[in-house]
Design a protein around this ligand. Structure first.
Ligand code: PLP
Length: 413
């Protein structure tokens, strides 16, 4: 592609990591943008048809009233006005208390915990702690891509480990070639897993720790959805003997405490890794507003909040599993997250779908049923239960409508 008259004078100056002189000229449309466009078109073409939106991956409720009140109180204190740098001790103490109460994990709140402005920026920063050009980050797919994107920005390489149903949505660590293990410095895992809904077992985490030692690879475990665990009590990587020796677990206030927009989380684990992360962080941001940290500390000390959040999403997932089964989906209750990850239909009547994306576009266009396609490791659709419904009766009505619309499509699996 060449520079044209309509380009700005600095078009050739863009860094290679974002496309160089071709930046902004590609025609590839990001998956979520495609869904947004399809939603807009479905609404325009069928204004009479309500959009059944299982595409949004954000909690539908506000944070608990006690947490919102705490924010108001703290926002009015003069001492909370300034830079928070690497965090206030009250939030770190509350995080340590939470890890003890919830998981029986003992952490030093001074050296083994540091906050992040939501867990997303932590995944942008942790590669900077370890990755030099040509180093490898092992990333499971499908998954949350930020640590991989930043690995590439830093000149590193991402090796994708597919999460397959036949392996229980665990990566095949033994199958990683020796040459890759040698160059790998980071393994990023995520359980409960988004989008597959799989939860980790102690056995799996033991294997991860052995793998880390055997290959000298640091582990980053993404615990964003940890409080949304349904079959078993939530399991922290740090509960398993030796985990703290090999890495960190990154927690988020977003999902389990209905605090998505508040932007807070924490990195916990080996003190030297926490310290290095804090150094990179200190050169990237000046910390989350102290009032938000105080309010989140209160949330972390309120054990009922995540229980309420979990109960609601469990109920909704159970209803969705029953509804989708009625129209032919082969799905079961996920172990965790607020997502249901189900094999995509192969066809609707005579219309064959080449992949999950084609299936999802068809569902939106034909019946205004919105979900997110994943084609990274098999063809799957992700249905989120974070839809808007004010009570159980509305949830049931939405399920009945979903079944009615999908039944008419003659989906084939
Ligand atoms: C698996 C996973 N990790 C991390 C995040 C980032 O969450 P936050 O930045 O809100 O803490 C998300 C958000 O969607 C997620 O799904």
């Amino acid at each position: 592609m060449s520079v044209t008259a309509s380009d700005p004078w600095f078009q050739t100056l863009f860094a290679d990591r974002i496309g160089g002189a071709n930046y902004g000229k590609g025609t590839d449309i990001y998956k979520f943008e495609k869904i947004k466009r399809a939603k807009r078109k479905a609404l325009a073409d069928h204004p009479e048809r309500k959009l059944l939106d299982f595409g949004i991956g954000e909690n539908d409720d506000m944070a608990d009233v006690s947490v919102r009140e705490a924010l108001t109180r703290e926002a009015n204190k003069v001492e909370n006005r300034g830079y928070a740098d690497n965090g206030i001790q009250n939030y770190k103490d509350a995080a340590a208390e939470f890890m003890q109460r919830q998981f029986g994990v003992t952490l030093d709140p001074v050296t083994e915990i540091c906050h992040c402005i939501g867990s997303k920026p932590a995944y942008a920063m942790l590669p900077a702690v370890f990755i030099n050009p040509a180093d490898v980050t092992l990333m499971t797919v499908p998954g949350y891509p930020v640590a991989g994107t930043w690995t590439r920005y830093l000149g590193g390489e991402v090796v994708r480990l597919p999460l397959l149903e036949k392996n229980g949505f665990f990566p095949d660590l033994d199958g990683i070639p020796a040459e890759v293990r040698k160059r790998a410095k980071l393994l990023v895992i995520n359980y409960p897993n988004s989008p597959t809904g799989a939860v980790a077992t102690k056995d799996f985490y033991k294997r991860v720790i052995e793998f880390a030692h055997a290959n000298q690879i640091v582990i980053v475990q993404d615990a964003a959805h940890i409080l949304l665990s349904y079959k078993e009590p939530p399991l922290s990587f740090l509960q398993v003997d030796g985990a703290k020796e090999v890495g960190v677990e990154v927690h988020s206030m977003s999902k389990g405490f209905n605090m998505i927009g508040w932007r807070l989380g924490f990195v916990a684990g080996h003190p030297k890794i926490v310290q290095a992360y804090a150094d990179v962080k200190d050169n990237s941001d000046s910390g989350q507003f102290m009032a938000v940290q105080h309010a989140a500390a209160q949330a972390l000390r309120t054990a009922e909040i995540p229980v309420q959040v979990r109960t609601k999403y469990q109920r909704r997932l159970e209803k969705l599993v029953a509804a989708l089964k009625q129209v032919g989906f082969k799905c079961e209750m996920p172990g965790g997250t607020y997502f249901l990850y189900a094999a995509a239909p192969k066809a609707a009547g005579d219309i064959a779908f080449g992949n999950a994306e084609a299936a999802s576009q068809y569902l939106i266009h034909e019946q205004s049923v919105c979900c997110v396609p994943w084609d990274d490791a098999g063809a799957y659709l992700r249905f989120s239960v974070t839809y808007i419904a004010k009570d159980e009766a509305e949830e049931d009505a939405l399920m009945a409508e979903t079944v009615a619309r999908l039944k008419g499509m003659n989906l084939k699996f």
